[in-house]
Design a protein around this ligand. Structure first.
Ligand code: GLA
Length: 379
């Protein structure tokens, strides 16, 4: 076929159009590949918590989403004592190892959760072979051996550890857990020292819920002061951030960020999710032994979130991220407790079988309006 001017022109035009399209695709692709972690890269890490079902059997596109959106990861359950060390001589490493492999492959900041906690810890931990409570010394030895094995295995690879979780009972002082009852309040000092020995390079954190509560804030600040005086190694404080549309008071939350940062530790938002359902209790927290009976009244949006509530969710997320950005100098990380709404513990807590919408991705892992709004704060 002869190439005349006309065909050439057409071809060129087509070529140019094709090129423009390729360029557009490249831009679209680049945009699609830009996740929150990129938008917030000069501010703080952005993370998610992952459960083993998602890890071993990810829905289509899930791993790509994790890699695109997040640069830090926490295991939701599988490094907890009952999962990883269910019996005195039994350790279950598969999920944790797989988590490490995935995170390392994507160059993530790896968070270990958790070394010492009263929940999701088997009762044998606190007892001897006859079921009698262990002495202080014996329980400390057991704690040390657990920390040595777990933190030691991932030494130099887990970048930050939740060393102690939830040791403070609101404004009532120390939680009367077996750790406290059998060892005394210095169980934390030991836990942090053991963790420093087992994983000297790791950033060590105290993690808790309702950290905006003024009584708890003061208690934590006093603890940090004492740690500093006595040389107990601590580098960060985790504010879990299980929040709702109406709680907590953001100004109180801000005071806590400031108060903890003033003690020279990094602040981590460790378990962020935003509950939109009716509050089923008279206190707000995350004591996971609390539970309430289901009723349809407590589950008003089983088939989708009405637009006005979706707007409230978006607006509230914007308020939180504005706060985090304001304190970016002191905030090291913001981790969501889960990725998509369907996998959130908030569907079952504190009432089983509800439909909740606490995260930035919907049940199909699509970005929600709240995602766009949080992203837009950085555009
Ligand atoms: C607490 C714990 C987490 C998790 C949540 C609920 O916040 O720190 O490990 O158990 O409760 O999923």
């Amino acid at each position: 076929m002869t190439i005349n001017r006309r065909t050439l022109l057409t071809r060129t035009a087509l070529g140019a159009a094709a090129l423009a399209l390729t360029k557009q695709n490249a831009i679209a692709k680049a945009l699609a590949e830009t996740g929150l972690k990129d938008l917030y890269k000069d501010d703080f890490y952005i993370g998610t918590a992952i459960g083993n079902a998602r890890l071993t059997n990810p829905p289509a596109g899930f791993n790509a989403l994790l890699a695109r959106e997040f640069n830090t990861m926490t295991m939701e359950n599988d490094m907890k004592w009952e999962r990883i060390h269910p019996e005195p001589e039994k350790w279950v490493w598969d999920h944790a190892d797989q988590f490490m492999q995935f995170g390392e492959q994507h160059g993530m900041f790896m968070v270990g959760h958790v070394l010492v906690w009263h929940s999701q810890t088997p009762s044998w931990v606190f007892n001897d072979d006859n079921g009698k409570p262990l002495s202080r010394e014996a329980l400390l030895a057991r704690m040390k051996s657990h920390i040595d094995t777990l933190a030691g295995r991932y030494r130099g690879r887990i970048h930050a550890w939740d060393v102690v979780n939830e040791a403070i009972d609101e404004d009532k002082g120390w939680r009367k857990s077996p750790w406290f009852n059998q060892i005394g309040p210095d169980f934390l000092d030991h836990a942090f020292r053991f963790a420093r020995e087992a994983a000297p390079e790791a950033h060590l954190m105290y993690n808790d819920y309702n950290m905006h509560n003024p009584g708890k804030r003061q208690f934590v600040v006093d603890m940090l002061k004492r740690f500093k005086q006595e040389g107990v190694p601590i580098d960060g404080v985790g504010m879990q951030g299980h929040v709702g549309l109406e709680y907590p008071n953001i100004a109180e939350f801000e005071k806590s960020i400031e108060a903890y940062a003033a003690q020279g530790v990094a602040v981590h938002i460790t378990e962020l999710d935003l509950d939109v359902l009716p509050v089923a209790w008279d206190h707000i927290g995350a004591e996971i032994s609390d539970n309430f009976a289901y009723s349809d009244e407590l589950n008003p949006y089983p088939n989708g979130l009405p637009a006005d509530i979706e707007d409230k969710l978006t607006e509230r997320y914007v308020q939180w991220f504005k706060l985090f950005l304001k304190h970016r100098e002191n905030i090291a990380r913001v981790t969501f407790w889960g990725t998509g709404d369907s996998e959130s513990w908030k569907n079952d807590f504190p009432v089983k079988g509800r439909t909740n919408y606490p995260l930035l991705f919907d049940r199909q892992y699509q970005r929600k309006p709240a995602y766009q709004a949080v992203a837009d704060l950085k555009k």
